[in-house]
Design a binder for this molecule. Structure first.
Ligand SMILES: Cc1ncc(COP(=O)(O)O)c(C=O)c1O
Length: 402
């Protein structure tokens, strides 16, 4: 080549779209990098307990998938999902109180992609989305890409304050209402029955899609099961599911349960994004579920997380100074802490890292700013012994600073 590439090519000057340049990297992923350093106890992620991954079953099923489905497990497959898996998902949803047909289902690469596809399908730049305050930061990241604006709705121990939702709809004409109704990320709060009913009623009254991002419903280790928004609202609700928290996130399998007219649109968006979700992963989970392994496995997860939550609560009582409050979730992976006003959880993080413990500070979960005095502690991933030690280290830090 006559022309010198090094001299003439300046990738730093290429015209990346301004809205991409404006995107911020995920703070959780940044903190997770630090958390993987040796000796650091991490409460930062929403990572499942690695000791619970059903490795022996998955190993056996990998072989069975290859024997049973042969090349089909490695071939391109349908954008909606591998047909027997789609059928099984519809059946399980119907059995859980939400009548679902195959045409309501689209398999995705995790719940995160489900959020992303919904965002792509609905949001034009400047559109409003109603979100809980705080809300799942990954959803904000996906919505930000499409230049959404937010209407944050305050929460209490029963979930979002639904009476604020109707006024917000009238004022902002939002495209979507996004909620994590069960054991919310980041707070661990579950919506009360009354609020569920009221939220669906508002969504129906104004015909606004209600997105229920639902990764944690099955991980309830205390209290009574709540009625699913989808069971109340039917076609008013687009429900997002995942096997990340119940089997393994690395397989990247989630799915959307939505009304038929929307599923055709989402299918087109899925095709634009990645054609289809991994055939092999779908067959793997299909067999895991079909062989009746998932429900007993979820029972194991629940027992493990209950013990870890209890250990964390007990350790917080023991080591934390007064003036700090926290949630007591009946399921899921997270506790949410409020420090005294004026104390910044972000400012405390470098010292926490010195002491060998990490967490996620709460402010990125607030779409309109605020929440500086909050933090999220994930209890699913560390061992019980590490929870005791990690909370002790955090306690030392808080005693120093508060
Ligand atoms: C509320 C919520 N939605 C979606 C996701 C993404 O899950 P997945 O691994 O299925 O993409 C998470 C993961 O932590 C989550 O907490």
């Amino acid at each position: 080549m006559a022309i010198s590439v090094n001299e003439h090519v300046h990738p730093e000057k290429w015209l990346i779209a301004p809205h991409v340049i404006r995107l911020e990297t995920s703070i959780i992923r940044e903190i997770l990098k630090i958390s993987s350093q040796p000796g650091v106890i991490s409460f930062a992620g929403g990572l499942p307990a690695p000791e619970l991954f059903p490795l022996d079953d998955l190993k056996r099923i990998c072989g069975q998938v290859i024997e049973t489905y042969g090349p089909a497990a490695f071939q391109y497959s349908l954008s909606r999902g591998v047909p027997p898996f789609v059928g099984l998902l519809a059946e399980r949803a119907s059995n859980s109180g939400c009548p679902t047909e195959r045409e309501n289902v689209l398999v995705t690469a995790g719940a995160h992609q489900a959020i992303e596809l919904v965002a792509r399908a609905f949001i034009d730049p400047g559109d409003y989305v109603i979100v809980e305050n705080p809300t799942y930061v990954g959803a904000l990241q996906a919505f930000n890409y499409y230049q959404a604006r937010y209407v944050p709705i305050e929460m209490d121990r029963e979930g979002m304050l639904v009476e604020q939702v109707e006024a917000s709809i009238r004022k902002f004409s939002p495209k979507l209402i996004y909620t994590v109704s069960n054991f919310q990320n980041p707070t661990g709060i579950s919506m009360s029955e009354g609020r569920r009913q009221a939220l669906v009623e508002v969504a129906v009254k104004y015909n606004i899609p209600l997105i229920d991002d639902n990764p944690y419903r099955e991980i309830r280790f205390a209290g009574r099961p709540a009625t699913q928004l989808k069971a109340i609202g039917g076609d008013a609700v687009i429900e997002l599911h995942t096997f990340s928290k119940t089997v393994a996130p690395g397989l990247r399998i989630g799915w959307i349960n939505g009304p038929k007219p929307v599923m055709g649109q989402l299918e087109k968006v899925k095709q634009c994004t990645d054609l289809h979700t991994s055939s092999f992963s779908q067959y793997l989970i299909y067999e895991f579920v079909k062989q009746g392994l998932i429900d007993p496995h979820i029972e194991k997860i629940k027992a493990n997380y209950l013990e870890k939550r209890n250990t964390m609560l007990h350790s917080l009582e023991k080591h934390f100074p007064s003036g700090i409050s926290w949630t007591n979730p009946e399921g899921g992976l997270f506790l949410w802490l409020e420090l005294p006003k004026g104390v910044s959880a972000k400012d405390l993080l470098p010292r926490a890292i010195e002491l060998g413990v990490t967490y996620v500070y709460g402010s990125p979960f607030f779409s309109a700013g605020g929440g500086e005095n909050t933090m999220r502690l994930g209890f699913s991933n560390p061992t019980v012994a590490d929870i005791v030690e990690g909370v002790k280290r955090l306690g030392t830090l808080l005693q120093e600073r508060i």
